[in-house]
Design a protein around this ligand. Structure first.
Ligand SMILES: *C1O[C@H](CO)[C@@H](O)[C@H](O)[C@H]1NC(C)=O
Ligand SMILES: *[C@@H]1O[C@H](CO)[C@@H](O)[C@H](O)[C@H]1NC(C)=O
Ligand SMILES: *[C@@H]1O[C@H](CO)[C@@H](O)[C@H](O)[C@H]1NC(C)=O
Ligand SMILES: *[C@@H]1O[C@H](CO)[C@@H](O)[C@H](O)[C@H]1NC(C)=O
Ligand SMILES: *[C@@H]1O[C@H](CO)[C@@H](O)[C@H](O)[C@H]1NC(C)=O
Ligand SMILES: *[C@@H]1O[C@H](CO)[C@@H](O)[C@H](O)[C@H]1NC(C)=O
Ligand SMILES: *[C@@H]1O[C@H](CO)[C@@H](O)[C@H](O)[C@H]1NC(C)=O
Ligand SMILES: *[C@@H]1O[C@H](CO)[C@@H](O)[C@H](O)[C@H]1NC(C)=O
Ligand SMILES: *[C@@H]1O[C@H](CO)[C@@H](O)[C@H](O)[C@H]1NC(C)=O
Length: 898
């Protein structure tokens, strides 16, 4: 090969290389019978735009598809990028010497990207070919017939009288059969796109496929396109007729399973008139006849039946190739092969060679693409393979979420993108994108799982047609890589403490709600808090608006703090809990100067309460200060409707806080709010002042106890329980009891271990003052037995030994069920029945000798209570009276009965 630069005008450079017949690394040229084939290898063109020119000594003509078909050229490309140009040896620009030696020259002009400088490869090929009487060539884009023009040489004796004149026959008229007969002259036919050429020995007629003057004829179930003409040559009165016809199959191939069947009629009737003798049949592919060895090694089968030559080619045979297609946006493939059949037959003296090149494309079959996700979650890199494509597919670009990147841009960005080729002639693409790439979308569909999503659209083209198609895939990986925030809380004396430990969620994304209110900067200013990157804790005083008050109880207030930790980005709740704790607080206080203060919270159960609506008994006494959640009262014992009661030497002041409803209670409301009522009580004793709100009375004046005299002291005690285990002590008086509550009394000897002694009850009674002789007086035990006037009031319980009681005879026990102040009494009448009373209990007790059964005092038998009612009192045995000396008096009190 020899190359030289012929011009450098502006930026355009033209390099012309003249190739010899064949060249090692350049263009290959090969004579194939009546055809010549040039192959411009893909390596030489490298995808550059290409123009193909036909060349003779004087002209270089660009081969348009139209001109190629008219002039006997065929151009195609294969999946490997090779450009194949074949030409009939009798193509328009071929030079022929005596129809035996032919020279075909071509020029391939490449425009190199990106400079678009031209590179021209010129190549020629000389072929010898001995033409026979008739040669018919069925190419893929044209049909050609070449017939011997000259009369066969006949030896005859010259006639002397006639001058020996060789007629100069000129082409005169052409009749085309369509199938009707039409007459044309040569120039008209050439203008119509046909080719007519005659040399002294041959006539060549050529027609591209699908011309108007061709027709289709069915021959043994195969449709054939027929180009039939009669050419008239004449010289004055001498005329010669040359018949020429070409007939090429346009169908006959079928696919059954994985096999292609190609039927070619054995007797192509438009071309033969009588019986023919088939001399040779050859099969080949891509214009090249198989050698007998090749034929043997191929899986192609050729059979000759009565009517047809049947060629069987398995789909996928090595001589063909698969090709990519796009159908309905889906990737498809077809198998393509171009078998060639050559026939040689004899009809009379004339031989005909018939050559048909017949490209077969199988129907498109869908070719599922595979997406293989090699992503290893731990590595946090998406790794995907998309395949398997035929080699004619090229990846152009990939569309990520927000941008389209070409392959070179992707590689420049450092994203790993590879093309892999496999031995089975497929290829695949692999892509690796780290989870951290901005194109990866991060979502949390679950609290503790992060989902990484990468939607991709791969943009491909199929070469050489540049058919575009796209394939979208979505890569997704979920990682349980979230540590959820933890929150806890606890209650202290007068505040809640909430403690949050952030997990992996950014703290800016975590919001905290306290009692429906989102913790904002304003609230943070109000509460003591501490935070760092990982933790947050806050102190919420119990009396703050975010705390809900459930109830006010004797023990204190139940305060509840509702806490919600939530993710503000995804708007979901991470943790929700409530802390409910009692707070022991004095809601009311009584001062010695007569001032009473009350602070009352709004209760959750009365949600619509406006604390400003609250008042004391006197509706004019409103809170002196009220916030949304609290009402503060400040009043004195002489104001605001405070009532006073005297109970012995104590004064009880009472008031209550309620909501005064201006309008009558709406009866229609379905759930009337519970009433808001809060009792305030203050107990003032003597000079000292003590408050007695709801809780206990803590300090009173000295307890009253009249202690018995003598060596054997006897005491009267009040039990805290009904089993006589725990007792009130001297310091506990006055003991506060409810009126309906039973009272359990015990009389016992102290410090005596003398089992001969026993304690016996005489009388027991209650008074309103310390003075046992004072009136009124209520009898509880009369002469050792329950008061017969009111026998159900008092029950005498037996005493058995236990941990505390060694000698049961040393004790007596009785229960007073209820105090019913039924006696006529001025002071009791003057007071309201609901008023508390102070009572003192007194007993006359005697110590007797247990062994002395004669002393009936120790073993008093009482009648059963029920027998007493309505029965004769004569049966009651009155015991003898105790001597004054023997009697001991014990007293207890005061007991406050509310
Ligand atoms: C307090 O009590 C004492 C005697 O117990 C009495 O003299 C005094 O007047 C009382 N003070 C008041 C303010 O009642
Ligand atoms: C070359 O081709 C052109 C166009 O077909 C023709 O006119 C010319 O005569 C040819 N030249 C030779 C030397 O054959
Ligand atoms: C081609 O080869 C690759 C790699 O060996 C294989 O994964 C793929 O399935 C093959 N494709 C076809 C169509 O045989
Ligand atoms: C991306 O590739 C597609 C092929 O699917 C093509 O149609 C499109 O023009 C390409 N876009 C760019 C900007 O290269
Ligand atoms: C943040 O505060 C918590 C307690 O409030 C503590 O345990 C932790 O060590 C602190 N972390 C840092 C980084 O200071
Ligand atoms: C968050 O969710 C709650 C209910 O779950 C809804 O009322 C609120 O409108 C949501 N907020 C946003 C910003 O989506
Ligand atoms: C009563 O005493 C309390 C507490 O010492 C005090 O705050 C209040 O001002 C006093 N009230 C009057 C009217 O003196
Ligand atoms: C008690 O309140 C009334 C009315 O508000 C007032 O007149 C009186 O002075 C107050 N008494 C005391 C001791 O504060
Ligand atoms: C008893 O109490 C009622 C209301 O609680 C009151 O109206 C009545 O005056 C009181 N009676 C006496 C005697 O105090």
């Amino acid at each position: 090969m020899e190359c030289f630069e012929i011009g450098a005008l502006w930026v355009m450079v033209t390099i012309i290389c003249i190739h010899a017949d064949t060249s090692e690394d350049g263009i290959q040229a090969e004579c194939l019978g009546n055809r010549v084939q040039f192959i411009l290898p893909g390596s030489l063109s490298a995808g550059s735009p290409l123009e193909v020119y036909a060349v003779n000594n004087t002209h270089t003509v660009l081969l348009s598809p139209h001109l190629a078909a008219q002039c006997g050229y065929t151009q195609k490309s294969d999946p490997w990028g090779n450009t194949i140009v074949s030409a009939s040896l009798q193509s328009c620009f071929a030079e022929s010497q005596g129809d035996k030696e032919f020279k075909v020259a071509m020029q391939f002009k490449l425009y190199e990207i990106p400079t678009l400088s031209e590179k021209v490869h010129e190549v020629f090929k000389s072929c010898s070919h001995a033409m026979i009487s008739r040669e018919i060539l069925c190419e893929t884009n044209f049909m050609e017939v070449s017939v011997r023009n000259a009369l066969p040489e006949i030896k005859i004796e010259p006639v002397k009288e006639w001058p020996t004149v060789i007629p100069n026959l000129q082409l005169w008229k052409i009749l085309l059969y369509t199938p009707g007969e039409k007459a044309f002259d040569k120039d008209a036919l050439q203008a119509m796109g046909y080719s007519v050429y005659s040399s002294p020995t041959r006539l060549v007629m050529r027609s591209p496929f699908d011309m108007a003057e061709t027709f289709i004829q069915n021959v043994d179930n195969v449709d054939m396109m027929v180009f039939k003409s009669v050419v008239l040559f004449r010289d004055r009165w001498v005329m010669t007729i040359v018949e020429s016809a070409a007939a090429c199959p346009i169908n006959g191939a079928s696919v059954v399973g994985q096999m292609i069947y190609w039927h070619v009629p054995l007797r192509i009737t438009p071309l033969v008139s009588s019986e023919v003798e088939i001399l040779e049949v050859h099969l080949g592919v891509n214009g090249r006849r198989f050698t007998p060895e090749e034929m043997g090694s191929r899986n192609h089968v050729m059979a000759i039946t009565d009517s047809h030559i049947v060629v069987e080619i398995p789909i996928g045979a090595a001589d063909g190739y698969y090709k990519s297609h796009v159908l309905n946006d889906q990737y498809h493939v077809s198998y393509n092969i171009e078998p060639m059949l050559e026939l040689l037959w004899k009809e009379g003296l004339d031989k005909t060679s018939y050559k048909v090149l017949f490209p077969i494309t199988t129907p498109l079959t869908p070719w599922p693409l595979q997406v293989i996700d090699y992503t290893q979650h731990k590595q946090k890199v998406f790794d995907v393979l998309l395949g398997y494509f035929l080699p004619d597919v090229e990846l152009l670009n990939i569309t990520f979420v927000s941008e389209l990147l070409t392959v070179s841009e992707i590689i420049n960005k450092g994203i790993v993108l590879h093309e892999h080729s496999f031995s089975n002639d497929t290829k695949a693409f692999t892509l690796q994108v780290p989870f951290s790439d901005p194109q990866v979308q991060i979502k949390n569909f679950r609290l503790d799982v992060t989902t990484y999503t990468l939607p991709l659209v791969f943009g491909f083209i199929i070469m050489p047609e540049h058919t575009a198609f796209a394939r979208s895939i979505v890569l997704e990986a979920s990682l349980a890589d979230i540590v959820l925030p933890q929150a806890e809380g606890s209650c202290y004396e007068d505040y809640f403490n909430i403690y949050v430990k952030y997990g992996t969620t950014p703290s800016s994304q975590i919001k905290i709600k306290l009692g429906q209110m989102e913790l904002n900067n304003k609230m943070l200013q109000q509460y003591q808090h501490h935070s760092n990157e990982t933790h947050f804790d806050i102190i919420v005083p119990f009396l703050s608006p975010v705390v809900a008050f459930e109830s006010v109880q004797l023990a204190g207030i139940m305060g509840r703090l509702d806490v919600e930790i939530y993710d503000s980005l995804n708007n979901w709740s991470i943790r929700e809990f409530s802390l409910a704790c009692p707070f022991f607080v004095k809601l009311s206080e009584c001062f010695s100067n007569g001032t009473i203060t009350v602070v009352l919270p709004k209760l959750e159960s009365v949600p619509h309460l406006d604390p400003g609506e609250l008042s004391l008994r006197d509706p004019a006494c409103k809170p002196y200060d009220n916030e949304d959640y609290f009402a503060y009262f400040h009043f004195n014992v002489t104001s605001c409707g405070t009532t006073r009661k005297f109970v012995g030497d104590t004064m009880i002041y009472e008031n209550e806080v309620t909501r005064k409803k201006d309008e009558p209670l709406s009866q229609t409301s379905e759930n009337p709010e519970p009433e808001y009522r809060f009792m305030v009580s203050c107990v003032y004793i003597a000079n000292a002042t003590q408050s007695m709100s709801f809780d206990t009375v803590s300090h009173f004046k000295e307890p009253y106890a009249d202690v018995g005299k003598g060596e054997l002291t006897i005491s009267l005690r009040l039990s805290k329980d009904m089993v006589y285990r725990l007792f009130y002590h001297d310091g506990d008086y006055p003991v506060l009891k409810f009126l309906k509550q039973p009272l359990y009394f015990e009389v016992g000897m102290n410090h005596s271990r003398d089992s001969r002694l026993a304690v016996a009850l005489g009388n027991c009674w209650a008074t309103l003052t310390e003075d046992k002789e004072s009136k009124p007086r209520w009898d509880l035990i009369v002469d050792g037995c329950a008061n017969p006037k009111d026998p159900e009031q008092t029950i005498i319980h037996p005493v058995v030994a236990d941990e505390r009681v060694d000698i049961p005879d040393h004790f007596k026990r009785f229960e007073v069920k209820t105090f019913t102040f039924t006696e006529d009494d001025e002071s009791s009448k003057s007071e309201n029945a609901t008023l508390a009373r102070r009572v003192f209990v007194h007993c006359d007790v005697v110590i007797c000798h247990a062994k002395n059964t004669a002393d009936g005092r120790c073993y008093k038998q009482c009648e059963a209570a029920q027998n007493l009612i309505g029965s004769s009192s004569s049966r009651v045995r009155r015991s003898t009276s105790f001597s004054e000396e023997a009697l001991q008096h014990v007293s207890i009190g005061p007991i406050l009965l509310m």
